[in-house]
Ligand binder design. Structure first.
Ligand code: CMC
Length: 427
């Protein structure tokens, strides 16, 4: 129910409307605050600031709830396939059979990438991090589809969306193949989305490759779990860049760059590296728990803590269960799974983590599954990006449809005040 908030500033009372979302979250609408009072708000890291109204994803950090367009993540991860979820996020409803067939067909028939993109790709050193390569290649796609930034061209957004979804897996597998010195595979459009990705990743021209349905199903689940997460760092970046009317390719490219950071999607790579370090060090998890508690160490328990989830991350619960299940089915015995469980157990019983409400997040167990599927560590964050792509697209599209103004935060200036210029010889 809409209400009013009163703010008293310099002895004067101002009234601002409150708004409430469909799930009961409340906000004070301060759009007129500066005009009326001369004040702005300061909220470093946007811990209390809503940047937009959105109808895509709802999450309740206290209760550990995550919904895409009203459907629970538990239901979707169990019952849906990734493209169905992508459609749901982008277009707002689960697709009918006809809508799904068209969507999937369109994606299947756009998987090939312009050969000139290979020249750009070939210029990267073999050990370039795939996230940097992916961000560059996705941005470069705008050059191949200039109507994406031509305001006078007919609106081809829907085609650009299909291209992004179709070509991203192809580009991602280029990175993997190059790092292995293997020939790049062309997509096989008879295969479904996840199977085609696995084919491009792992098949070699010298032998037959059959997609393992266990691997394909596991990938499908992981991608769904990563598909959207409302206004996180990379999604906010996509919306912010897009708000300047930048094209969809550059906006998504910026999102990839934001995701790369170790406090965001890059954490999945860091988790495995941390678990390997614990293993190499003899497996003493308490030593690392204590290190994470020591503020002078500069070390954090990667895969732990979340800006919004202060109870548990529902995605982490699903992934932990899936890790046991998938590794069991594939007959993989990865010693870091036991280390991860031991580390989780130790942290969840430690007052430092309990009092700060730090729980395993989506990145804690995902890397263990990726590794069991044969995906190398430096590709983990690319897998996150592949999953997050429909979310970024949906959020970009919503921002445009809502005709949101250009994003432009204010600041409180703390630098030097007005002073005369001093010529160089006199300094
Ligand atoms: N290990 C040790 N201490 C931690 C950790 C951690 N992983 N995370 C937070 N803390 C402490 C932090 O030092 C602070 O302590 P104090 O109150 O004494 O200063 C307190 O907990 C609150 O931390 P914060 O940094 O203010 O919390 P935040 O909401 O700004 O940060 C976070 C959230 C995810 C960046 C942070 O928990 C973190 O750095 N985690 C490790 C990186 C990680 O796993 N990132 C993946 C996030 S989930 C997937 C995604 O979004 O991509």
């Amino acid at each position: 129910m809409a209400g009013t908030a009163e703010i008293i500033l310099d002895g004067k009372t101002y009234q601002y409307p409150t708004i409430e979302g469909t799930e009961g979250e409340k906000a004070i609408d301060i759009a007129k605050l500066r005009d009326e009072t001369g004040y702005i708000t300061i909220d470093s890291g946007y811990k209390n600031t809503g940047a937009t109204k959105s109808a895509i994803t709802f999450l309740d950090g206290e209760l550990g709830i995550l919904h895409y367009r009203g459907y629970s993540i538990e239901d979707l991860a169990e019952k849906a396939n990734f493209l169905e979820v992508a459609y749901l996020l982008i277009y707002g409803e689960l697709p009918t059979t006809e809508q799904y067939s068209k969507f999937e067909h369109d994606i299947r028939t756009h998987t090939i990438v312009n050969e000139d993109m290979r020249r750009i790709f070939n210029g990267f050193p073999v050990n370039a991090h795939p996230m940097g390569v992916m961000s560059s290649l996705v941005s470069a796609m705008s050059g191949f589809y200039p109507d994406s930034y031509d305001d006078k061209a007919p609106d081809r957004t829907e085609t650009h969306i299909i291209r992004l979804l179709a070509k991203f897996p192809t580009l991602a597998t280029w990175c993997y193949k190059k790092s292995h010195g293997h020939p790049i595979n062309y997509p096989k459009n008879s295969l479904d989305y996840c199977s085609n990705f696995l084919h491009m990743m792992f098949s070699l021209p010298v032998e037959d490759y059959h997609v393992d349905p266990i691997v394909s199903a596991a990938l499908n689940k992981l991608l769904i779990l990563h598909a959207d997460h409302e206004q996180n760092c990379s999604t906010s970046t996509v919306r912010l860049v897009g708000s300047s009317k930048a094209n969809i390719y550059s906006s998504i490219s910026a999102g990839i760059s934001a995701l790369w950071g170790p406090l965001h999607g890059g954490a999945n790579q860091e988790v495995i590296e941390m678990l390997e370090e614990i293993k190499a060090d003899g497996g003493d998890v308490m030593k690392f728990v204590n290190k994470a508690k020591d503020k002078n160490s500069g070390f954090r328990l990667m895969g732990f803590g979340h800006r919004v989830y202060k109870n548990f991350d529902p995605r982490a619960r699903i992934i932990k269960k899936a890790a046991d299940d998938i590794l069991g089915k594939l007959g993989v015995n990865d010693p870091v799974l036991e280390i991860a469980k031991g580390l989780e157990e130790a942290a969840l019983h430690d007052d430092y983590f309990v009092s700060r409400k730090l729980y395993p997040n989506v990145d804690f167990y995902s890397g263990i599954i990726y590794r069991a599927l044969g995906i190398p560590t430096n590709m983990f964050t690319v897998m996150f990006a592949l999953g997050r792509l429909p979310g970024w697209i949906a959020q970009w599209k919503e921002m445009r449809a809502n005709k949101e103004p250009i994003g432009r935060p204010r600041q409180i200036y703390t630098g030097a005040t007005d002073r005369p210029f001093v010529p160089m010889a006199e300094r």
